[in-house]
Design a protein around this ligand. Structure first.
Ligand code: NAD
Length: 447
């Protein structure tokens, strides 16, 4: 009998459904079908492709469809219904807006002197996505790939296959056959897809997996978009608006139960305001409630799986053993939840300073000199986002931070800007004309 991938509700372990794990032959056949579908999809032209994609996304916007998708997303991933519906709405509306902006970005343009620049499709694009924003992360990559004229094979996370399947089936009520297909499995199936006859891999996930994909993609010199993990720092200067800094610190550390690539992971606060900041953060954090997706008032859902829960607890135990002060919560946690936790006295030797914790933890450390805070903020292989709260000198501090996205007295990433990492948080990105163009082959024609 064929192996099946069972999807569980992380809040209670209930099996929600299952999908067949794709075998090696099936993955090869899927990519071959995608290659066949690529020709007519490409020939159809960008206007016709956009019309079809708008129509397909409009189906998902119908009220009952949004509801079904939202509930499934919450049950499978664990986020509360408000956040789940927000993700579904954002993915669908954002997807439609993206259809238009990708189309604009890919128009042929003149380079002067009788030379023009064209954007041609690449062929078959593998989109490999994570579980933390299961719909948004997939759609961010598959829309530009499809508008550009590529066919797509999506491999969603093994933690969230059902929401991906539901969404792809919805789009496929409108899209031509085999233009958008899905394969299921974990890292093993992901590796097979990377090594299959695809032309590009658009990946969102961890740094470790990103490295593995890059190594395997080298053989075919396959195009890559790598949106990888982060360990985002926040610096709180002595003249920061303390209340808004404290609210941001908690909201950003706890968002999606801390399971967000740009969650604030490490906070460096000026020692002259640190006691007041710590008190305010602890007060705000105490108001958060853990629980399942459908419990009223819940804003921290379960941690996605036991492995991830143990990793967070191990970071907390490590911090406690090395002398950190626990202001709220701490390492005594009952799976699948991590209650709101606030840690003071984070040290460079602690795992939570060096690695992505990916849980609802505010981790702070005090500094006496801003140079020290900047050095610690930058002392990381990651460089996704970085935030500074402060007065007139905040922009100068922000200017020295090594990250793809910077927030000054606010969070990172807004408007139509690219979603982009620096250092080992990846390269290539989605969003904005530059981002969209990565899903196409640039052709320079002189005549
Ligand atoms: P992951 O790297 O474990 O898995 C991501 C996807 O890759 C899954 O579909 C998985 O099955 C697949 N995969 C695993 N090994 C593979 C391999 N060797 N070859 C091909 N595919 C493979 O990541 P995750 O736990 O699902 O997601 C959390 C991580 O994603 C965090 O590090 C987070 O910061 C990051 N993330 C980054 C962004 C961003 O925009 N930069 C957004 C969301 C999440």
């Amino acid at each position: 009998m064929k192996e099946r991938l069972i999807s569980y509700d992380p809040s209670n372990g209930e099996a929600l459904g299952s999908v067949p794990v794709s075998g090696p032959r099936q993955i090869t056949d899927t990519v071959a079908r995608a290659r066949k579908a690529f020709g007519p999809w490409k020939e159809m032209g960008i206007d016709a492709r956009c019309t079809l994609l708008h129509k397909a996304l409009s189906r998902s916007r119908e009220e009952h469809s949004v509801k079904t998708l939202s509930v499934l997303l919450c049950r499978e991933m664990g986020k509360d219904i408000q956040r789940g519906s927000g993700e579904v709405d954002g993915a669908i509306f954002g997807g439609q807006a993206n259809v238009n902006s990708v189309k604009n970005a890919l128009q042929t343009r003149s380079a002067g002197g009788g030379t023009r620049i064209e954007y041609r499709p690449l062929g078959v694009v593998a989109v490999i996505s994570p579980w933390n924003y299961p719909l948004a992360m997939a759609i961010n990559l598959l829309i530009p790939a499809l508008v550009a004229g590529n066919s797509v094979v999506l491999k969603p996370s093994e933690e969230t296959p059902l929401i991906a399947q539901e969404f792809v089936e919805k789009l496929n009520e409108v899209l031509p056959k085999n233009v958008l297909q899905i394969v299921f499995g974990d890292g093993k199936q992901g590796r097979m897809l990377v090594q299959s006859e695809v032309n590009m891999i658009a990946f969102t996930g961890s740094r470790a997996t990103g490295k593995n994909i890059m190594a395997r993609a080298a053989d075919g010199v396959k195009r890559l978009v790598m949106e990888l993990g982060g360990n985002d720092p926040m610096i709180v200067m002595k003249d920061a608006d303390l209340d808004s800094a404290a609210y941001f610190a908690v909201a950003s550390s706890f968002e999606n139960a801390g399971q967000m690539c740009t969650a604030t992971e490490r906070i460096y606060v000026d020692e002259s305001i640190a006691d007041r900041f710590a008190r305010r953060v602890t007060e705000i954090a105490s108001d958060y409630r853990v629980g399942p997706w459908n419990m009223p008032g819940v804003n921290i859902g379960p941690i996605i799986n036991a492995r991830q829960h143990s990793l967070i607890v191990s970071h907390l135990k490590d911090a406690e053993a090395k002398g950190a002060t626990v202001l709220l919560g701490g390492s005594k946690q009952e799976a699948p939840y991590i209650t709101p936790t606030v840690i003071d006295g984070m040290l460079t030797s602690m795992a939570m300073e060096r690695e992505e914790t990916f849980g609802p933890v505010v981790a702070m450390s005090r500094f006496s000199h801003i140079e020290n805070a900047i050095a610690r903020a930058n002392d990381s292989p990651y460089g996704l986002g970085a935030v500074v709260f402060g007065g007139k000198d905040a922009p100068a501090v922000a200017d020295r931070l090594e990250a793809g996205m910077i927030g000054i007295n606010q969070g990172v990433g807004a408007g139509n800007a690219p979603w982009v990492g620096a250092k080992q948080s990846g390269f290539g990105y989605h969003g904005s004309a530059d981002g969209h163009r990565q899903f196409a082959q640039l052709r320079v024609v002189s005549q």
